[in-house]
Design a protein around this ligand. Sequence first.
Ligand code: TRP
Length: 362
Amino acid sequence: MGKIILTGDRPTGRLHVGHYVGSLKRRVELQNSGEYDKIYIMIADAQALTDNADNPDKVRENIIEVALDYLACGLDPEKSTLFIQSQIPQLTELSFYYMNLVTVSRLQRNPTVKTEIKMRNFEASIPVGFFTYPISQAADITAFQATTVPVGEDQMPMLEQTKEIVHKFNSVYGETLTDPAILLPENEACLRLPGIDGKSKMSKSLGNCIYLAEEPEEIKKKVMSMYTDPDHIKITDPGKLEGNTVFTYLDAFSRPEHFERYLPDYQNLDELKAHYQRGGLGDVKVKKFLNHVLQEELEPIRNRRKVYEKDIAYVYDILRKGSIEAEKTAQQTLNDVKNAMRINYFEDKELIARHTAKYQDQ
Ligand code: TRP
């Protein structure tokens, strides 16, 4: 069957550097490694609607933004299939059958769903579609027989739910679905990149993101305003690295060659960290270095995005073609699923023959 990737994002806003280190960068590396037989990248608009039902325009407007960010990062439509979730009706059909294999209490225990219910103040009035989105995510993954799902750590409970559905399906109906593996970012700092305010996660609603399409002056402004160690007041004070956003970003982004180029007094990040902890190193110097590092990383992304922005019709065409191709694959899986579930009445010649025989004798 080969190695198959499926992953995606909800189109509720532009993508930011948290998405980039947490997943996008890795996707491009995996794409270019040549180790995968198929790569599917999905814009999860149907999932976005599970908690934006009354705001369809937000989802509609952001599909192109996410597609542009994907292409800007180096996802290549020649190598990866980019598609829109809602255009693949087979995913809905699969979800409906998987629903029989999952209990309400199991969904209630899903940690990601729990946190999101709190975040959205859904407590007393959870939309059913939102509550069951882990099942629909299992449909996304299994429809493409994905072996590998590169996502951030927050998606771990979704993968566990998917694996349970796969095991249950295969044990009830016979081996049909592929058991997927999660692929987490390797770098600790990339698992959950904090917002520039040091708050747990980058989020549009908190206004603490650096977007991939951000202009250079904006990047600089945001870096210079980043949260560091509040007790590091004078340069001579010893500084703390824990919870220090600037250092977390350096963990995620900096490489030894950046030191050669922008801060040759230090060989590497360990030396810089040691000096900061000893005292005698000011925040501004570290922030300026981080600014250089981020500018270098984001410049080619921003420039590539601008090229695609000039041909939006072409980008929609990529999504249309990708969706047609994705639908074919999903249909094959749906056929397998319906065969396994014995709801393939019209394809099953034996069924008709058997029932014919049953009534012939009377
Ligand atoms: N839940 C993912 C997010 O919040 C989006 C998503 C939907 C997804 N279906 C998926 C990711 C399947 C990986 C695999 O961004």
